[in-house]
Write a protein that binds this ligand. Structure first.
Ligand code: BEZ
Length: 259
C-alpha cells in the first residue's frame, strides 16, 4: 500500500482548536499584557502575532487603541468574530510598514515563528514612536526541548531524514543582541521555566499536530503517524506525570525602548 503525503498548510491554524486546546498560551501571559505592558488610555498599541485576540482585547480594556495583527487568516477570522470592537488585520510581520506610529508594540508567543527575527525587530522598532516600548514574550533557550528531542529520536529510530524544527528560541544574550541591533535599548529581560499542561490523554500528540504541522509536513501520512507514536513513547517517561502531559516550556520576556 502506498501512502501519499497529506497536505499540511502551516498557516492553516484553526481558531476553535487553538482556543480549546491551547488557551494556556494567552491565559498564562495575562500579566505580560498587564503589569509588564502597563497600557494607558489613549495610547496606540500594536499586538503582533495576536492569534485569536484574547490579549489584544484585554489590552483594549485599558482604553488604549489597539491593532492586532497575525499572519493567519483563520486566527484573524476567529479574533474578529469574538471581539467586534477591536481592529484586527492579516499581516506578515516581515512586511510591517508602520513608521513611528505606536506608543508600544506587544507580542506574546509568536516571535519564535518569525525567522529571520532581525528583520522583524527592525520593523517593530520602525513602528515605535521615539520613547515607545517593545514588550515581548517568546519561547526562550531550551523551550520544548523534550518535544524536539522526542521527534529527533523518532525520525532517527525510524531511519527517516532528520528535520530541523521551525522555531527560534534565543538565549537572553542572543535576544538582547537582536534588540540592540534593531536600535532598541534593552531595559529588562527575564528567562524562566513554565511547565505547561497539554490537556487530555492525547495532549502531546495534539500539541505536535497543532504546532508541528510544518515541521512534519514533508513526511508521508504513514511516516508522520509512526513519528508521532514513537515520539510520544519517548516523551512519556519525561513529560507524562501519571495524570497529564506537562510540556517543558521555557519563556523569555523583554522590555526594550526606542531611544
Ligand atoms: C511556545 O509558545 O513556546 C511554542 C508554541 C508553539 C510552538 C513552539 C513553541
Amino acid at each position: 500500500m502506498t501512502h501519499e503525503p497529506q497536505p499540511i498548510d502551516a498557516a492553516a491554524w484553526n481558531a476553535e482548536h487553538y482556543r480549546a486546546r491551547h488557551a494556556f498560551v494567552f491565559e498564562s501571559s495575562a500579566d505580560l499584557a498587564g503589569s509588564w505592558l502597563e497600557p494607558q488610555a489613549g495610547e496606540r498599541i500594536l499586538d503582533l502575532g495576536c492569534g485569536t485576540g484574547e490579549l489584544t482585547a484585554r489590552i483594549a480594556q485599558s482604553g488604549a487603541e489597539v491593532v492586532g495583527l497575525d499572519a493567519s487568516p483563520e486566527m484573524i477570522a476567529g479574533a474578529n468574530a469574538a471581539y467586534k470592537d477591536v481592529t484586527f488585520e492579516v499581516v506578515d510581520a516581515h512586511a510591517l510598514a508602520y513608521q513611528a506610529e505606536f506608543d508600544a508594540v506587544f507580542s506574546n508567543a509568536a516571535l519564535h515563528w518569525m525567522k529571520p527575527l532581525d528583520t522583524v525587530f527592525a520593523r517593530m522598532a520602525d513602528a515605535l514612536k521615539p520613547g515607545g516600548r517593545l514588550v515581548l514574550e517568546m519561547g526562550g533557550a531550551g523551550n520544548v526541548q523534550t518535544v524536539i528531542d522526542a521527534v529527533n529520536h523518532a525520525t532517527h529510530t525510524l531511519g527517516l531524514p532528520e528535520a530541523p524544527h521551525p522555531w527560534i528560541f534565543p538565549s537572553t544574550g542572543q535576544l538582547a543582541t537582536l534588540l540592540e541591533s534593531a536600535g532598541l535599548r534593552v531595559e529588562r529581560t527575564h528567562w524562566f521555566t513554565r511547565p505547561s499542561v497539554l490537556k487530555g490523554e492525547d495532549g502531546f500528540r495534539a500539541w505536535l499536530e497543532g504546532f508541528g504541522g510544518a515541521w512534519l509536513a514533508p513526511l508521508s501520512a504513514a511516516d508522520r503517524a509512526a513519528v508521532l507514536a514513537e515520539a510520544e513513547a519517548y516523551a512519556r517517561p519525561k513529560l507524562w506525570n501519571g495524570a497529564e502531559w506537562v510540556a517543558d516550556y521555557r519563556r523569555l520576556r523583554a522590555v526594550a525602548v526606542k531611544p
